[in-house]
Design a protein around this ligand. Structure first.
Ligand SMILES: NC(=O)c1ccc[n+]([C@@H]2O[C@H](COP(=O)([O-])OP(=O)(O)OC[C@H]3O[C@@H](n4cnc5c(N)ncnc54)[C@H](OP(=O)(O)O)[C@@H]3O)[C@@H](O)[C@H]2O)c1
Length: 268
């Protein structure tokens, strides 16, 4: 058995990761800054620890005796955090990127631990942003509709991460994770319409309006630039399907139709 500390446990990918590791029989510790919110969101088998990645001194108890750690992106001193993980004796670490490699990847590379970088392209769950307007108006609004993205199911990101945390053979690898098909926005809307059994109307969102919407949610200006720039002109990795999910997990990558069927109720 492996004792795994999952950071980002309350997040989109983290919840799947916690569930999958528990189902595979591993001891799971779930880190959160807000245990009151987290307890309801996490399975009872997960042991919840309160802590902030930006304050590694407070993670000693959560790290004590772990064999592997999953790291979610955060704002703070990456090398201080990685030192604390090494001191605790963890042997494996997975690092989720925020769309680019940064200080965390650098610190982990020189840590002596077995590391695996998890590099997913657009999450299918981003399309949950359309849920409210689909429910209220039957409309999905999105910027840059003709750009293709090979969006990936969060459960598949978790499945690859779980393997890397608990099996040999993944050390020193950077896994670019995509779904099985590169779809335009109207193609995704059509798939979602089929799952709902109801025609959703697609409306192109002007870039200025997309920017205003993100500002209203409190997204920082530089993050807005990054996200819009990425969507306007994605790197080829974003629309080039990779076989990594099937190679690592032995199962085909989940389709957008599967995600739409699983999440249809949120759009009704
Ligand atoms: N959406 C996409 O298309 C996409 C694509 C590629 C990469 N990514 C990256 O993937 C990452 C994970 O995304 P997600 O959607 O699964 O996560 P999410 O739902 O945005 O949740 C973020 C998670 O990170 C934790 N967290 C944040 N700062 C922390 C800190 N200082 N200390 C401890 N925990 C902290 C939060 O925990 P608590 O709030 O419980 O403390 C929460 O569980 C994101 O960072 C994102 O940049 C996203």
């Amino acid at each position: 058995m492996t004792a795994v500390l999952v950071t980002g446990a309350t997040g989109t990918v983290g919840r799947h990761l916690v569930r999958q590791l528990i189902d595979a029989g591993h001891e799971v510790r779930a880190l959160t800054r807000n245990p009151a919110n987290a307890t309801a969101a996490l399975p009872p088998e997960a042991k919840v620890f309160t802590g902030d990645l930006a304050a590694p001194a407070g993670l000693a108890e959560a790290l004590d005796g772990v064999t592997a750690v999953h790291l979610t992106p955060f704002e703070g001193n990456a090398s201080e955090l990685v030192d604390a993980i090494v001191r605790a004796g963890a042997r494996r670490v997975t690092v989720m990127w925020a769309g680019f490699s940064g200080a965390m990847e650098e610190a982990v590379r020189s840590s002596g631990m077995d590391w695996t970088f998890i590099q997913p392209m657009e999450f299918m769950s981003n399309m949950a942003e359309w849920a409210e307007s689909v429910r209220l108006e039957g409309v999905a609004r999105e910027v840059y509709p003709q750009v293709r993205n090979a969006s990936v199911h969060p459960a598949d990101i978790a499945a690859v991460t779980a393997r890397a945390l608990t099996e040999d053979g993944h050390a020193g690898k950077a896994y670019d994770l995509t779904g099985p098909e590169a779809l335009t926005v109207p193609e995704k809307v059509a798939v979602l319409s089929a799952a709902l059994g109801k025609q959703i109307r697609f409306v192109e969102l002007p870039e200025a309006e997309a920017r205003d919407r993100m500002r209203a949610k409190g997204v920082a200006e530089e993050d807005i630039d990054f996200v819009l720039g990425w969507h306007a002109n994605p790197p080829k990795e974003a629309y080039t399907v990779t076989p990594v999910i099937e190679e690592v997990t032995g199962r085909p990558a989940r389709t957008f139709a599967q995600w739409a069927a699983e999440n249809a109720d949120a759009f009704r």
